[in-house]
Design a binder for this molecule. Structure first.
Ligand SMILES: Nc1ncnc2c1ncn2[C@@H]1O[C@H](COP(=O)(O)OP(=O)(O)O)[C@@H](O)[C@H]1O
Ligand SMILES: [Mg+2]
Length: 467
């Protein structure tokens, strides 16, 4: 765009020069092209000036600082608990205005062609990366109506190319996941074809397209080496082949070193870092959603909660505590010091809930396999417990009783019969599970390795000889 404006400016200069020249130097013996220029230079000057003004207005529209507006649907709970905020929660998402502005600034479609269009959002587990992208960045870009074409966020999982294909198929008209997968086997050219069809469907042939990869670390924890390489090279080549393609990917900072060893370190060269929320922002994330929902706090309670929310895993714990308090007190109610302490305060709310669910299950059947079931949701990387999704159909009836109870207690989530922990903080914060993970380290590591090999073998058409 800037280049177009520069060319117009040069054209304007030349036309003015010609017009001035002929105005002062009248002669009838001039060749016809120059005569044409002489006769039309004044209207042309007017048209170029108009184009310049329109271009400036358009540039201003693209580069104006993002306005963070919030609308909230009062039928929704104001705190999503352990789960990340989604686009639907944008109206109650606070504390990250600076980061949202930074990210929107990075995603500038009028940036020069050489701009780094892979934006890695890096921070510790539980710092709020997924929430920032889903409830902060995406709604802000969506408000730039008609400008961005955004495919639904996806996590790589065990088969990243299938996850990628599902995300594109969800927004491509009359297209199945299998059809997109076939396109993806054609490499960057196939991706380009899909994206161009997406652009045509959304009415903007040169529209910037944004892919959002959440939990990029799953490439290192759940994906086999072959699939990881195939996915990363496809993304890398697609970025090179399509100058209007952008990728935002969240990555846990403890996996950065491993990611740098994948051969695609250059992708993360210009990251956006997400740190823990400061004190002022913690007050905001407690009080502002409460204001929207008509919830109040007795004097001193919010300050207590902010004090109790240290660093580390504290944000998910705070989020869970707030959700539980809202469920107990309800819209229009007041949270007292007593409510807060009875819940176990920020540090205890999640553990107390897990203890309560376990006690209820064991009251019915003392042999309920609580910890062994939850261990199915853990994969180990450098001794760090990380989430692993589980299909409900892969569980025994006893195990399903456990997962159902934990889903009801909001410590697990269920989406299309795929179960997941609401947050990895559960592995670290609930002592019985933490101890079970520590006691099963070898077993978990072996299972993780085996699954990755199996995944690679499966994808390579089971061709390799297994000795
Ligand atoms: N700005 C915020 N205000 C309040 N809670 C937040 C905020 N950002 C994240 N959370 C909560 O913190 C927890 C971790 O957020 P998430 O986005 O899943 O982090 P990450 O992706 O970095 O692990 C979740 O419980 C989420 O609801
Ligand atoms: Mg996340």
């Amino acid at each position: 765009m800037k280049l177009v404006l520069d060319v117009l400016l040069m054209l304007l200069g030349a036309l003015l020069g010609i017009a001035a020249n002929y105005a002062t130097n009248q002669t009838d013996h001039v060749p016809w092209p120059l005569r044409l220029l002489r006769d039309w230079s004044v209207p042309l000057v007017a048209v170029v000036v108009l184009l310049l003004v329109a271009g400036q207005v358009w540039m201003h529209f693209l580069e104006r600082p993002v306005a963070i507006t919030r609308t909230w649907n009062s039928s929704q709970p104001p705190y999503p608990g352990l789960e990340a905020f989604t686009e639907d929660d944008a109206g109650v998402f606070f504390g990250r205005d600076r980061e949202i502005r930074d990210l929107v600034g990075r995603l500038n479609p009028s940036a020069p062609a050489g701009a780094h269009r892979f934006v890695a959002v890096i921070g510790p587990s539980g710092s709020g990366k997924s929430s920032l992208v889903r409830a902060g960045l995406l709604p802000a870009l969506g408000r730039r109506r008609g400008l961005w074409v955004i495919a639904p966020p996806f996590a790589p999982g065990a088969a990243p190319l299938v996850s990628f294909a599902s995300s594109l198929a969800a927004v491509l008209p009359d297209t199945t996941v299998e059809q997109v997968q076939t396109e993806l086997t054609q490499g960057a050219a196939g991706v380009r074809r899909c994206l161009d069809r997406l652009r045509t469907a959304r009415g903007g042939r040169a529209a910037p397209v944004l892919l959002v990869v959440d939990q990029l670390e799953e490439l290192l924890t759940l994906t086999g080496a072959r699939d990881r390489g195939a996915f990363l090279s496809l993304i890398d080549e697609s970025l090179a082949a399509d100058p209007h393609l952008w990728v935002v990917a969240t990555l846990r900072s403890d996996f950065l070193t491993d990611f740098l060893g994948t051969g695609y370190a250059a992708l993360t060269h210009q990251p956006t870092l997400v740190g823990v929320l400061g004190r002022t922002e913690l007050f905001e994330v407690i009080e502002k959603p409460a204001e929207q929902a008509g919830l109040s706090f007795a004097p001193g309670v919010v300050a207590r909660m902010v004090d109790d929310t240290g660093g580390g895993d504290a944000l998910p714990l705070l989020a869970y505590t707030l959700q539980q308090l809202f469920l107990r007190v309800g819209s229009g109610g007041t949270v007292t010091e007593h409510d807060y302490r009875r819940l176990g305060a920020v540090a205890g709310a999640l553990s107390d809930q897990a203890d309560r669910i376990t006690a209820d299950l064991r009251r019915v059947d003392a042999d309920t396999p609580v910890l062994s079931t939850l261990l199915k949701f853990v994969t180990l990387e450098h001794g760090e417990p990380t989430r692993r999704r589980v299909h409900r159909e892969d569980l025994t009836p006893e195990e399903r009783t456990v997962t159902d109870a934990f889903v009801t207690g909001r410590l697990l989530t269920s989406d299309n019969a795929v179960l997941d922990v609401a947050h990895e903080a559960l592995f670290r914060q609930w002592a019985p599970l933490r101890q079970a993970v520590a006691a099963s380290t070898d077993k978990l590591r072996r299972r993780t390795e085996l699954e990755r090999w199996a995944q690679d073998w499966e994808r390579s058409g089971r061709q390799d000889a297994i000795c």
